[in-house]
Ligand binder design. Structure first.
Ligand code: SPV
Ligand code: MN
Length: 633
């Protein structure tokens, strides 16, 4: 390292020398040599570091100061607005085959390619060396990480989103596993966005706990501790018997001050953050959860401390808490929104009037602007985001810092589904829920990936983009995990996107709060339910009471019938789709087919008796009493 000494800024060299691990130093040295930056800055997260990075992001032009104190905006390139599925690949040893749903290439070939592309990639830039922790301090859940990047925007984002980890690296230990991320935005254009998009690569080396990400800035590709770490964590979890999930964690307030914690898996743009942020409930996390079984129960932690959320549709009535956070002075990065001349930001669905012109991800923007293919350019990109500390939110649960995590009693799966699933339903048991709800999760297209298709996307547990083990093995991890549990959480599905024949949504956004209050009561055996071929659904009387109590709404019988009608043809089609998919996945556990076959038989039986579309009232008569009805207030 000595030969690089003159490149180190201020006291960076001394900071690094305090770390006794040879692995750490070798790793940093190797990439400092290969990427060849002008300078090296070691960020350990002191208040001065935090300030320095914020200033650098603005000075270097990756962020622009906004009118409100502490707020900045960052733009990614026009073609760099989302996760790049095609160029994100696992590096696998020769002979290992992950099948068609996962992108991978041979490890040796990938390592050669990426190392060639990284040569001198940081020329004339500063290499920032950063230390973070995924998860709370002193917790068995947590994983230390090193991020190398030449982007002050990435460091700024990580300073908001993750806990600092330098102290962890100072501890002396024999065995020390940590995740490594090397990122370079590559050459930048005059707008300070990544120029060589054709050479954009995100390569994940599972054998070395390392992710390489180059020629991209979009957070989902560049912020190592976010989705890049999730891919490494799933692999690590598969070896160690825990789960790394694309899940929110929320505490729902029940009767008599009871709090019941849920995790929820939703593909991007399906209401995950909105759910985590329901007013008057308890936020733990909105994106990534690690789950471990302890004494026969599931405990979960949020491994982040900030939010990188979608901004479209955030307005004071639908998401009051986020809206407040985004309109209060403080450390906030907006990305790919519209910036007006006077340094204000606008995004679609904010409830405000759109300025006539401004700057956005396409450069100078004006109403009616089209791109080179004649496509309308919206003022803000549908995947435009905000980055903010969770501490900005009054609903943050103090248990968020608990190194033991919170006990999980319900797991929720939800996708964008216009015509099949009812708004809320409970699975019969763990295996039924994991298979019919988690493993069969699908979603209609969203904007968080670059090449979204028009069909429903298969997205098991909303984790498909991040799976670093085969799909079959991943499902088996869940089944095995369940066997270790004495008290298994209940598993639910939700659907916020059900529509009528004219395409109108059957529910308002706020209605979801009622579904969670119902699930909370179910978990605690305090409310009855109706048995259907696909699970247990709420009774009208209970929802009517909850709608009144929670939202002060009069819930009409006809709305209940529309929402909770059992749609047998659609349910059967879904089973067909899933069977087709899983038949092609070599290591699908047999039980998946059994569970789906049985579900199909139940649906066909009911169809013969009652037809294609069945009102939930028709099923009251064959209701199976579930649980004991205790208090209900
Ligand atoms: C998501 O799309 O699920 C996100 C943002 O949380 S990204 O970092 O792109 O994954
Ligand atoms: Mn996510």
């Amino acid at each position: 390292m000595k030969h690089l000494r003159e490149k180190f800024l201020e006291n960076s060299y001394e900071r690094l020398m305090k770390i006794r691990s040879a692995d750490v130093c070798k790793f940093i040295e190797k990439y400092a040599e290969l990427c060849n930056p002008r300078n090296i800055y070691v960020n350990i997260g002191t208040p001065e570091d935090i300030e320095y990075i914020r200033k650098k992001a603005i000075e270097d032009g990756e962020e622009i100061k906004l009118k409100m104190e502490g707020h900045t905006v960052h733009f990614d390139g026009y073609y760099d607005q989302a996760r790049d599925r095609k160029n994100t690949k696992f590096l696998l040893p020769a002979g290992v085959d992950y099948g068609k749903y996962i992108e991978w290439i041979e490890r040796d070939e990938g390592l050669i390619e990426i190392h060639e592309l990284m040569k001198d990639i940081m020329k004339d830039k500063i290499l920032y060396v950063c230390f973070y922790m995924l998860g709370p301090a002193n917790s068995e859940f947590s994983i230390p990480c090193i991020q190398l990047t030449d982007s002050a925007y990435v460091v700024h984002s990580e300073n908001i989103l993750y806990r600092q980890g330098y102290e962890e690296f100072l501890k002396e230990r024999k065995k020390f596993t940590f995740f490594k991320f090397i990122h370079s935005a590559g050459e930048l254009d005059e707008r300070k966005t990544s120029k060589n998009i054709d050479k954009r690569r995100v390569y994940i080396d599972l054998l070395d706990n390392t992710v390489y990400s180059i020629n991209t800035q979009y957070g989902g590709n560049s912020i190592g501790l976010k989705k890049l770490s999730l891919r490494l964590a799933i692999y690590k979890a598969s070896k160690e018997g825990w789960l790394a999930e694309h899940m929110l964690i929320i505490g729902i307030n029940g009767p008599k001050k009871r709090v019941t914690y849920f995790t929820g898996a939703f593909p991007s743009l399906c209401g995950k953050t909105s759910t985590a942020m329901m007013p008057d409930e308890r936020l733990i996390g909105d994106d990534i959860a690690y789950l471990r079984s302890k004494k026969g129960k599931i405990y979960a932690v949020n491994i982040e401390k900030g939010m990188f959320g979608i901004i479209e549709g955030i307005n004071p009535s639908d998401d009051p808490l986020i809206h407040k956070g985004l309109t209060t002075p403080g450390d906030v990065i907006f990305s790919n929104v519209l910036m007006s001349e006077d340094g204000e930001v606008y995004w679609v669905g904010s409830g405000r009037d759109c300025p006539e012109k401004g700057i956005n991800y396409s450069g100078e923007w004006y109403k009616g602007k089209k791109d080179e293919k004649g496509k309308d350019i919206p003022p803000s990109h549908p995947n435009a985001r905000f980055t903010i500390s969770l501490r900005a939110f009054e609903n943050l649960d103090p248990k968020f810092e608990d190194p033991n995590g919170v006990p999980i009693e319900g797991i929720v799966y939800g996708g964008r589904d216009s015509d099949t699933w009812v708004p809320v339903e409970e699975a019969f048991n763990w295996v039924h829920g994991i298979i019919t709800k988690g493993a069969c999760l699908e979603s209609e297209p969203t904007a968080a990936v670059l090449e979204a298709t028009s069909q429903r996307e298969f997205n098991p547990m909303s984790n498909l983009d991040f799976l670093s083990v085969t799909i079959g093995r991943y499902i088996k991890m869940y089944l095995d995990f369940g066997k270790k549990l004495r008290k298994k959480p209940k598993i639910f599905s939700v659907n916020y996107f059900l529509r009528d024949k004219d395409g109108k949504f059957l529910n308002e956004k706020v209605d979801k709060k009622v579904w969670y209050k119902w699930m909370e009561l179910r978990v605690n055996n305090e409310v009855d339910a109706i048995k259907t071929p696909t699970g247990y659904i709420p009774k009208y009387e209970d929802l009517k009471r909850l709608f009144k109590k929670v939202l002060n709404k009069d819930y009409k019988e006809e709305d209940y019938v529309k929402q909770f009608t059992i749609r047998i043809p659609e349910q059967l089609r879904k089973i067909e789709r899933m069977m087709e998919i899983y038949k092609e996945i070599k290591d699908t556990p047999e039980v998946l087919f059994d569970v789906l076959q049985r579900q199909r038989r139940r649906l066909l039986k009911l169809q013969r008796k009652k037809g294609d579309y069945i009102s939930p009232f028709e099923l009251y008569e064959i209701n199976v009493f579930q649980g004991t009805k205790k208090s209900f207030n």
